[in-house]
Design a protein around this ligand. Structure first.
Ligand code: ATP
Ligand code: MG
Length: 361
């Protein structure tokens, strides 16, 4: 079996690794000569819309998937006319534009922060007076890791914010005073079976995910499952999805969804019987889904910029190291650690040990 992928970053790398024991080989297109998935999968080097490369992918792969949202629509649509593409391209289309995404949530009765579409400075000024401040200005497209966003505090200059996001189509969103940030990773099979992982509780640093902790038995699990299931069914989705959520006074608001495996689900590699990567492959290849439960307490810590020394990390009991083979660079995700413990106290001690190493570096 051959998986064709658009994108060759760490998500592609981890999908390829998960495919290996299942007899699935991976072939991917990526314009970066140093795409990290090339360590474990076959690299078709070039643009995502290169007709010759797309042709090769369609001829050689059994199923095509993608590891990021801003893949050119034309390439995906052409591929979908040739071979199965999962998740379905319509999921990609609604997830890549923050306005369409919010409108879809609204249509499905999934609550979100209050927002307004803004296409110019005048509309921004109008939205600011309607929603009040603080609020976040977010470009509609191409944002990730907090890029393309500007926080307008009370008294902030709207003109400065408009310039900071590049004067592109955007939304203004009320800042949610959430108690916790959560995400739910779920998978839907070709037959429509849905399985959800326990919630992840997430902490960000400088707009980039820093820590995810698995929260089994969370009182909001049922609510999150209802929201994500509605989305999966509406999109006739196949594969893994991530829904990012804010928890505010016992209620969930949806932030955004990612039509792919997600950073906040990396702990599933050692913290669930079947990881998000394997379940994505099982779903898109039409195989039975795997169990999403696990026994130990588990968390994931991201390495941004530069990872601590492997010897120091691996001296921490219950730690699993994942390095992506990427050149260290400020703000870049270069690896992560899964940390496990038999109690939450042990887990927290081990997370603290990793965080201390990060602080030293
Ligand atoms: N309306 C909001 N209220 C409060 N915090 C917010 C709001 N929107 C975003 N944030 C914070 O900023 C982070 C990044 O925002 P968002 O997920 O929209 O952007 P992103 O660039 O797609 O990030 P990522 O790629 O990490 O998912 C959120 O995880 C959350 O911590
Ligand atoms: Mg996000």
């Amino acid at each position: 079996m051959i998986l064709g992928l658009l994108g060759g970053g760490q998500l592609a790398q981890m999908l390829a690794l998960a495919g290996h024991p299942l007899g699935i080989d991976t072939l991917f297109i990526d314009p970066a000569a140093d795409a990290c998935a090339a360590r474990v999968a076959h690299h078709l080097h070039g643009r995502f819309d290169d007709p010759a490369l797309l042709q090769q992918l369609a001829e050689r792969a059994d199923v095509v998937s993608y590891e990021f949202e801003s893949v050119p629509t034309t390439g995906i649509e052409w591929l979908a006319s040739q071979i199965p593409v999962y998740p379905p391209p319509q999921a990609l289309a609604s997830g890549r534009d923050r306005l369409h995404e919010k409108q879809l949530f609204g249509k499905l009765g999934i609550p979100t922060a209050e927002y307004r579409a803004v296409n110019d400075l005048e509309q921004l000024l109008g939205a600011v007076s309607e929603l009040g401040l603080p609020a976040l200005l977010k470009s509609r497209r191409e944002g990730y890791d907090g890029k393309g966003q500007y926080l307008l505090r009370p008294g902030a200059s709207a003109a400065e914010a408009w310039q900071a996001v590049g004067g592109v189509e955007a939304i203004l969103e009320r800042l949610v005073p959430f108690q916790r940030e959560l995400s739910i990773i779920a998978v839907r099979s070709r037959e429509g079976e849905i399985r959800c992982y326990p919630l992840s509780e997430n902490q960000h640093r400088n707009g980039i995910l820093h820590l995810s902790i698995r929260r089994p038995d969370d009182p909001l699990q049922g609510q999150a499952e209802v929201l994500v299931s509605g989305l999966l069914q509406h999109l006739d989705y196949v594969g893994v999805i991530a829904l990012e959520l804010f928890a505010q006074e016992g209620r969930l608001l949806a932030n955004e969804f990612a039509p792919r495996v997600h950073n906040s689900g990396h702990w599933t590699m050692e913290g669930a019987l079947c990881s998000q990567f394997e379940n994505h492959l099982r779903a898109i290849f039409g195989l039975p889904l795997g169990a999403t439960q696990g026994s130990d307490e588990v968390a994931m810590v991201n390495f941004i910029g530069h990872p601590p020394a492997s010897a120091d990390l691996l001296a921490i009991p219950g730690l699993h190291l994942h390095l992506y083979g990427k050149e260290p660079r400020s703000g870049r995700k270069v690896g992560h650690a899964t940390v496990r413990g038999d109690t939450l106290t042990t887990l927290q001690q081990r997370i603290d040990a990793v965080t201390a190493l990060l602080a030293e570096g």
